[in-house]
Design a binder for this molecule. Structure first.
Ligand code: GDP
Length: 332
C-alpha cells in the first residue's frame, strides 16, 4: 500500500488506480487500515464547489442501472465527471455485488469521465455506509463533481443513503402495486424527486397517468409546496432523463447554499451517531460475558421465568462487566 501522501496525490490528480486503492482502504475494517484511511481523508481536500450528491433508489427491475447509464453518459457528454457508488446490504447474503456492477453499465464503465464502484460485499449496513460515505469524499477530492449513490429499494438502506446525499431520487413503475408498496414502506417520504420509469412504447400513457395520480396524492399528504416532483422518463430511450435531472438540480438549488451546508452538517452528526450505534451493536454481539449469559437468559425468558426488562438488565450488566448481575426480579 502506498503511503497516504502519495495516495492522496494520486487521488487529487484524479488517477483511477489511486481512487480505487483509496476506496479499497475505506472499505477495510482492519484497525490499521482504518487509521490509514483517516490520515488519507485528512490529506484530501474538499472541492471548492460541493459536488452534486444524489441517491437513486428503486426495486430490482425498475431500471436503475439502465437509467444511471443513460444519465451518466448525458452528464459526461456535458462535461461532468460522474462517480457511481452502490449501497447494497443484500450482497452480504449472496456474497456477490448486485448493484454498481460494471457489467450492468457497460458504456458508462468504459467512459473515461465516469467511475463505477460496486458495493462492498461484506459487513453490516453500517460498515457499508461507512465505506460509502468515505468513498464519496475520495471521489469528490478526485474532481468527480457528480456522485450518484445507488441503492436497492428494500429495507433500511434507503434511509442510510438519504442521510448521505443532497437529493434522493426514487424510481418507480406505473403499476399501482409498486407505488402503494413505496408509500407503505415510507420510502416516498424520503424521496425529493420521483420518476415513473419505462414511460415508453405502450406504457407511456399509463406512466403519465400514474405520475399525475401519484403527484396528486403526494400533494394531499405533503401540501403543494413540500410535495416531491413527480415526472416520467425512459432510461432506455433517454426520453425525460434530462427533465429528471433538472428536477434534481432544482430541488438542490432550492436548499440554497446555506441550506445545503446545514443539511450536510446535520447528516455528518447523524452519521457519527449511526456509526457509534453500529459499533456498539457489534461489540455487544462479540462480548464474551454476554455470550456466557445469553443461553440462560433465553431459556428463562422463553419459560416465562424472567421478564423482558429484567432480561435486558442482566444482558447489559454482563456487557458492563457487572459481577452482581442477578436482578432476581419476579415474573409479572
Ligand atoms: P435495475 O434492476 O433496477 O437495475 O433494472 P435494470 O436497469 O437492470 O432493468 C431491468 C429490465 O428492464 C431490463 O430488462 C431493462 O432492459 C428493462 N428496462 C430498463 N429501463 C427501461 C426503460 O426505460 N424502458 C423499458 N421499456 N425497459 C427498461
Amino acid at each position: 500500500m502506498d503511503s497516504a501522501d502519495s495516495l492522496a496525490d494520486g487521488v487529487r490528480a484524479g488517477r483511477r488506480a489511486a481512487v480505487s486503492r483509496a476506496i479499497t482502504l475505506m472499505e477495510s475494517s482492519h484497525p490499521d487500515h482504518r487509521s490509514e484511511a483517516r490520515v488519507l481523508l485528512a490529506a484530501l481536500e474538499a472541492p471548492a464547489q460541493p459536488a452534486v450528491r444524489v441517491g437513486i433508489s428503486g426495486l430490482p427491475g425498475v431500471g436503475k442501472s439502465t437509467f444511471i447509464e443513460t444519465l451518466g453518459r448525458q452528464l459526461t457528454t456535458a462535461g461532468h465527471r460522474v462517480g457511481v457508488l452502490a449501497v447494497d446490504p443484500s450482497s452480504q447474503r449472496t456474497g456477490g455485488s448486485v448493484l454498481g456492477d460494471k457489467t450492468r453499465m457497460p458504456r458508462l464503465a468504459t467512459d473515461p469521465d465516469a467511475y463505477i464502484r460496486a458495493s462492498p460485499s461484506a459487513g453490516t449496513l453500517g460498515g457499508v455506509a461507512r465505506a460509502t460515505s468515505q468513498a464519496i469524499l475520495v471521489l469528490e477530492a478526485a474532481a468527480y463533481d457528480v456522485v450518484l449513490v445507488e441503492t436497492v429499494g428494500v429495507g433500511q438502506s434507503e434511509t442510510t443513503v438519504a442521510g448521505m446525499v443532497d437529493t434522493f431520487l426514487f424510481l418507480t413503475l406505473a403499476r399501482t402495486g409498486d407505488q402503494l408498496q413505496g408509500i407503505k414502506r415510507g420510502i416516498l417520504e424520503l424521496a425529493d424527486v420521483i420518476a415513473v420509469n419505462k414511460a415508453d412504447g405502450d406504457r407511456r400513457t399509463e406512466a403519465q397517468a400514474a405520475a399525475r395520480e401519484l403527484s396528486g396524492a403526494l400533494r394531499l399528504v405533503h401540501g403543494r409546496e413540500a410535495a416531491p416532483a413527480v415526472v416520467t422518463c425512459s432510461g432506455l430511450s433517454g426520453d425525460g432523463v434530462d427533465a429528471v435531472w433538472a428536477e434534481v438540480l432544482d430541488h438542490r438549488s432550492r436548499l440554497g447554499v446555506d441550506g445545503l451546508a446545514g443539511k450536510r452538517s446535520h447528516q455528518r452528526l447523524e452519521f457519527a451517531w449511526a456509526l457509534v450505534r453500529d459499533e456498539l451493536e457489534q461489540r455487544l454481539r462479540r462480548s464474551e460475558p454476554v455470550r456466557r449469559v445469553r443461553a440462560q437468559v433465553r431459556e428463562q425468558v422463553l419459560r416465562g421465568e424472567l421478564p423482558a426488562v429484567a432480561a435486558a438488565d442482566r444482558i447489559l450488566a454482563a456487557y458492563d462487566g457487572d459481577p452482581d448481575d442477578d436482578t432476581g426480579e419476579p415474573v409479572n
